[in-house]
Design a protein around this ligand. Sequence first.
Ligand code: AMP
Length: 319
Amino acid sequence: MPTVTTDRRPSDGPRRLATPGDLRRWSERCRAAGLSVGLVPTMGALHAGHRSLVRRACVDCDRVVVSIFVNPRQFAPGDDLDRYPRSLDADLDMLADEAVDAVFLPTVEAMYGPAPATSVCVDPSLTGILEGIHRPGHFDGVALVVAKLLIACRPHRAYFGQKDAQQCAVVRRLAADLDTGVEIVTTPVVRDRDGLALSSRNAYLSRAERSRALAIPAGISAAATAFAAGEHRSQVLRNLVRAPMEAAGFDIDYVVAVDAESLATVEDVRLGCQILVAGRMGTTRLIDVIRLGIDAAPLGGAGPQGSEIPGVTGSQGSE
Ligand code: AMP
């Protein structure tokens, strides 16, 4: 059995764990030593959005493991699995800088073996809508890999970005329904200076496409500003998002206003409801989200009204 220690801040970078068994043994040692464990699942190509999850986990937990695994099961046919960006050396440098304790780097074989026969399905009311329509099978892949990570790691907390709002809702249900005992922590969207939400997929955008993609933060800023001024009609808010996206040439998949937990669409938009956006700029599919009355408008213009929700302090707040 490989030696697994629980030392914090290893001088030679995060400890590398290769198999679910390695992850389990590392985590068991931490727990046995009375240390809390945080898990940050990622697909690598790390950026400041991932860094924000890692930093939050390092504040909350005694030990932090980041998984880097481009999960083939969450890519639908025709998705970008083959060209998904990979930058392991830079990722490991970032995680060493952040003093992450361990990094889980499984191969597809180590994760799934030759012929896995088990699936994990979260109810279609959460998974068969929005991303589930445009990326068939996506959430079955997400649910399977997250369940496997939670079982192998048994973290006290697992960290997910609000940017993937539907994923957050699906993972919260999965973690609760399977009695994992894991606290699911979600953190706000991190944006570039120009307002575009950071994404590994932004690397696909040409210069001109990237500039046109700013229609998304412009649109959700307009909606946030209108909401702050008292506009609660979903259709009006959605049109404020759609108009600049259409003008910029986006092929829009959806612009919806939803309840954050159930993801049910709402006509009368209330504090904490979310506007979810997805569209294609050229060959690059982008998603974004704003929590109305909580997140600051990406381009300014509307301050958060977070005081009505205890503990929420604006776009850098958390749930
Ligand atoms: P990914 O590597 O794309 O699977 O993302 C790993 C985690 O980072 C997910 O929980 C994402 O929601 C989160 N994440 C990705 N982009 C951002 C961002 N711009 N701000 C905050 N979290 C993000």
